[in-house]
Design a binder for this molecule. Structure first.
Ligand code: HEM
Length: 472
């Protein structure tokens, strides 16, 4: 019925000598005042609804079917929303809560108020950077296993980089969250369950725009129920084993269980423990997988950057496998990951629902308004990043830092990603370990199109070929 309104996305990609403008949607040029058109376009692709004027230092307000929508693309105003008035803007949108509540219950990612306040320090503790040496070993081991698997394939073997990276980061987070006791079959079942869940939920809750402040519940189809029950059963079994004293000592679940035993007033029952474990599992693997996938795409097209990366890995690590302790010396690796997170922030939209009336800049905010901070537009705003659409990792070298609150791939303020250090170090380390042995190539004529679902990924994944590095 709506096929005439469905619009495809025009993608821009330019490669010249030593300059690369990686794939991004063209500016939206639709006629103003057609909300249904815009919603349908956003459903297909949330990144293609932004006009040229949205990539500017400003706060903009609009209305869709009477719902006030405020887009905050200015560092000072972002600081106001995420830090100063965090309590008024901490609430996730009905779209996000409805989409994830079946799977994550009251897990941290979608909770607010007292539940969030009580649980956040727990999650902070268990993914804290002090625990990085333990997790670093898991990262090194898992990435080295992937090198082995790739080495067993013929040179030039075709794979889908997104699936390869999702497998890698899911394995790392599964070993970190659940310990070694999940087992390959159950780990695969959980990963597939999450994958299928994502593809089954919609990216827009139409009910919210039609006036329901809490949105409309997501239809729980038999397929969706099956995905969720498979994930829940497996995680519950792990949690119950830990509660009975049979869990892996170093895992995140074990830390949660011990915390509960020490502080029974936290009332973390099996379901609450499952919700937090599932949240960390979900939040902790999709994002890093997307980052690594985009990094391969960027390196595959910008050989001059890849060359600097290879030289650095050889200089710092010689022929041994890169390790967590090398990271401070791996400056190009870090800059490449930081630039990848700028161009392709895995969470490209931070959406909040205002609790009470407020004022952002000179705009009056109504209760239950939709407040959007869009790292996708923010990170591509010329006022904050020169040559904003070009891939230039150099901008992060030699201690250079973006303007505060203009670069927020991990969000900011009290709700900043608790896995920031975990995710950043994981991405840098996995890139170094894999790039030491392999070049990853995207076909010259491949059409790469960014797609925003829960995370920002290439539509259909990223078909690539794997090439052993000569002399290594
Ligand atoms: C490159 C990797 C990652 C990126 C870019 C990233 C980004 C983000 C962002 C932007 C948010 C805030 C979302 C919002 O407020 O709407 C977030 C929240 C969260 N992330 Fe990450 N993340 C990454 C890796 C991780 C890892 C490895 C873990 C766990 C080990 C993790 C756990 C979480 C959790 C639990 C939350 C919810 C926090 C809360 O609401 O208080 N993330 N992440």
């Amino acid at each position: 019925m709506f096929s005439s309104l469905r619009q495809s996305t025009d993608i821009i990609e330019n490669i010249r000598k030593n300059s690369f403008e990686p794939a991004h949607a063209d500016y939206y040029k639709g006629k103003p005042g057609r909300p249904l058109n815009l919603i349908l376009k956003a459903r297909h692709d949330f990144l293609s609804v932004w006009r040229k004027a949205d990539y500017a230092d400003r706060v903009n307000v609009t209305k869709i079917f009477g719902r006030q929508i405020v887009v905050v693309n200015s560092p000072d105003a972002i600081r106001y929303v995420v830090a100063k008035r965090h309590e008024n803007f901490e609430r996730k949108t009905p779209q996000m809560r409805r989409a994830l509540e079946f799977l994550l219950g009251d897990g941290l990612f979608i909770s607010d108020g007292e539940t969030w306040k009580q649980r956040r320090p727990l999650v902070n503790d268990i993914v804290h950077k002090n625990r990085l040496p333990t997790f670093g070993k898991i990262m090194e081991k898992t990435a080295s296993e992937l090198v082995e698997r790739w080495s067993a394939m013929p040179d030039g073997a075709p794979v889908n980089a997104l699936f390869e990276m999702a497998g890698l980061t899911a394995e790392i987070i599964a070993r970190s969250v659940f310990g070694n006791d999940l087992g390959e079959e159950a780990a695969n079942a959980v990963t597939e369950g999450f994958e299928s869940y994502q593809s089954l939920i919609d990216s827009i809750n139409i009910g919210y725009f039609l006036g329901f402040d809490e949105g409309l519940p997501v239809l729980r189809t038999p397929k969706l129920r099956r995905s969720v029950s498979r994930i829940h059963q497996i995680i519950d079994k792990v949690v119950e084993d830990h509660l009975a004293g049979h869990g892996d000592d170093n895992s995140m679940v074990e830390l949660l269980v011990r915390r509960q035993k020490r502080n029974p007033e936290l009332k973390l029952d099996v379901v609450a423990l499952r919700n937090e474990a599932a949240t960390i599992f979900m939040a902790g693997h999709e994002t890093t997988a997307a980052t690594l996938t985009w990094a391969w795409y960027l390196l595959s097209r910008a050989h001059w950057v890849e060359k600097s990366l290879h030289e650095e890995i050889a200089r710092v690590c010689g022929n041994r496998v890169p390790a967590l302790d090398d990271i401070p010396q791996l400056e190009w690796c870090r800059a490449i990951i930081e630039e990848t997170l700028r161009l392709y922030p895995p969470v490209p939209i931070l959406a909040r629902q205002a609790k009470e009336a407020d004022r952002i800049g000179d705009i009056d905010i109504k209760p239950a308004s939709l407040v959007l901070i869009v790292p996708w537009t923010l990170h591509r705003t010329e006022a904050f990043f020169k040559d904003a659409n070009l891939f230039k990792p150099e901008r992060f070298l030699n201690g250079q830092k973006p303007i505060p609150y203009s670069y927020i791939p991990f969000a900011s303020g009290p709700r900043v990603c608790p896995g920031l250090q975990f995710g950043l170090n994981e991405a840098i380390l996995c890139l170094a370990i894999l790039a030491q042995r392999f070049k990853v190539r995207v076909a010259e004529n491949a059409k790469v199109e960014p797609q925003c679902r829960l995370t920002l990924r290439p539509r259909g994944g990223l078909p690539v070929t794997l090439h052993r590095r000569e002399g290594i």
